[in-house]
Design a protein around this ligand. Structure first.
Ligand code: DX5
Ligand code: ZN
Length: 214
């Protein structure tokens, strides 16, 4: 299982050190939760911080944009150094244009799906994008309780993707830990995001290794 720790739960007074810890533990990338205080009430960081993270690591950077204007802003995240960018489809009225634009910039494109975002209407978007971020909490904060039934959605998404886009990536985001990793794997996910379970642990590296072992 690939593991991408979410920096949202890291210690921002020592971001470089926290990045190094998960890097040494074998993290497969970093998950960057961008929130704008509009699409979600919470506010996190923007391109400036991502540029700094880019200088601190060579790990792939996966930006998860929880913002109201990704059409305007997503290219700036690509420029800041994101290797992959996931947008919530309902925030992009011209989703095809945005995904095509980002692909043209050499970025992997993702669809971020809230707990009740209908999956079937996204078949054509799934065919086009590179991966989905299946939210197993409502976006906005780390440290929330996993929403039961989320793995059923992963399984349904896997079935759709196997029809229209074999090789489509499935990331699970929210309330993940080493204990839930095997179920996510069995449901067809290939990547787990983890914020609080990793950075809230006394030994973050051990949690990354345990999740990757699933
Ligand atoms: C929630 C974010 C998640 C969050 C995960 O809006 O998208 O990436 O940071 O944190 P945990 O693993 O603590 O649920
Ligand atoms: Zn996220």
């Amino acid at each position: 299982m690939r593991v991408t720790p979410s920096l949202l739960s890291a210690d921002f007074t020592r971001l470089g050190e926290d990045i190094r810890i998960v890097e040494e533990a074998g993290a497969d990338g970093l998950h960057l939760d961008v929130m704008d205080g509009h699409y979600v009430p919470n506010l996190t960081f923007g391109p400036t911080v991502i540029k700094a993270v880019r200088r601190a690591t060579s790990l792939p950077l996966d930006a998860h944009l929880m913002i109201g204007n990704p059409t305007e802003m997503a290219p700036l995240y690509a420029e800041a150094g994101a290797d992959a960018i996931a947008v919530h489809p309902e925030t992009a009225p011209h989703l095809h244009r945005l995904l095509a634009h980002l692909s043209g910039l050499g970025v992997r494109t993702g669809l971020a799906l809230n707990p009740l975002t209908p999956l079937e209407p996204l078949r054509d978007a799934i065919a086009l994008a590179d991966y989905a971020v299946v939210m197993s909490v409502n976006p906005g904060w780390s440290g929330q309780t996993y929403i039961r039934g989320s793995m059923r959605r992963v399984r349904r998404l896997r079935a759709i993707a196997d029809e229209v886009h074999p090789g489509f990536g499935i990331v699970v985001d929210g309330g993940m830990n080493a204990r839930r990793a095997p179920a996510a794997r069995a449901a067809g996910a290939d990547t787990l995001v983890s914020g609080s379970a990793v950075f809230g642990a006394a030994d973050p590296g051990a949690v990354v290794r345990a999740m990757r072992a699933a």
